[in-house]
Design a protein around this ligand. Structure first.
Ligand code: NDP
Length: 246
């Protein structure tokens, strides 16, 4: 389904990003495994992808740094020849009620989740336009759709990702480039492990399908959006949340 394609997945050393990187490789893509702090884990993902017979490289870069994103993308295009699929998965939380939230909590989340998504998209604009093809898939969140008490910074960043996705989709549609967002609900990863047991139970009780999602659930959706099968889908936000946002 993705043979001959090269994918850049941000934050691919662990969690949902890891699941996406492995799934894209399983469907035939070569994968650029971006990480920020998790070097060892990113290298393990590279090993797993190589075992599938695909090419992979781990590359350190914080998506919050505009210049660093530009360098990563230039270097990787030199290394792989082209990038066909950009998955903006890197994300952080700094949860607190606004009354206790610091300015730094707000700024850091926006800088990584929203500006980081802009940074990679901006640097892929020219290569994608030159190729007259490309797929961009951005990770939003159910919090960006519904809002969530204690996550004003995070929900704002993820709602921002939706606006960014739809705007860029309009800008790039005439160049045969599709841009979509995936909005996960509650997925079992390090991010959600940080919640207290009672908070987790409260969230689980709100999921119509009565279970937490897995990185695999998200990865399959991303792989579909990255494939030729999704060639007529752009500017959409696909909720993969067990029905949370119904
Ligand atoms: P995790 O906390 O498990 O992992 C976060 C990932 O983001 C890590 O790979 C981390 O890399 C990477 N990352 C964080 N900051 C940066 C940065 N500045 N530059 C590059 N990479 C960075 O999160 P999840 O896997 O759960 O989440 C993945 C995405 O899905 C996020 O965008 C999140 O907001 C979204 N999401 C998750 C949900 C969930 O329930 N888990 C629900 C809705 C959305 P490293 O370890 O190398 O620092």
């Amino acid at each position: 389904m993705l043979t001959g394609k090269v994918a850049l997945v941000t934050g691919a050393g662990r969690g949902i990003g890891r699941g996406i990187a492995l799934k894209l490789a399983e469907y035939g893509a070569d994968v650029i495994v971006n990480y920020n702090g998790s070097e060892e884990k990113a290298k393990e993902v590279v090993c797993e992808i190589e075992k599938m017979g695909r090419k992979a490289i781990a590359v350190q870069c914080t998506v919050a740094d505009y210049e660093a994103c530009g360098k990563m993308i230039d270097d990787m295009i030199k290394e792989f020849g082209h990038i066909d699929i950009l998955v903006n998965n890197a994300g952080i939380t700094r949860d607190n009620l606004v009354v206790k939230m610091t300015e730094t909590d707000f700024d850091e989340v926006i800088q990584t989740n929203l500006k980081g998504t802009f940074n990679t998209i901006k640097h892929m604009y020219r290569p994608f336009i030159k190729q007259r093809s490309g797929r961009i898939i951005n990770l939003s969140s159910v919090s960006g759709i519904l809002g969530n008490a204690g996550q004003a910074n995070y929900a704002a960043s993820k709602a921002g990702v939706i606006g960014l996705t739809k705007s860029v989709a309009r800008e790039l549609a005439s160049r045969n480039i599709t841009v979509n967002a995936v909005a996960p609900g509650y997925i079992d990863t390090d991010m959600t492990q940080a919640m207290t047991d009672s908070a987790r139970e409260a969230v689980l009780s709100q999921i119509p399908l009565k279970r937490a999602g897995t990185p695999e659930d998200i990865a399959e959706t991303v792989a579909f959006l990255a494939s030729d099968k999704a060639g007529y889908i752009t500017g959409q936000v696909l909720s993969v949340d067990g029905g949370m946002a119904i």
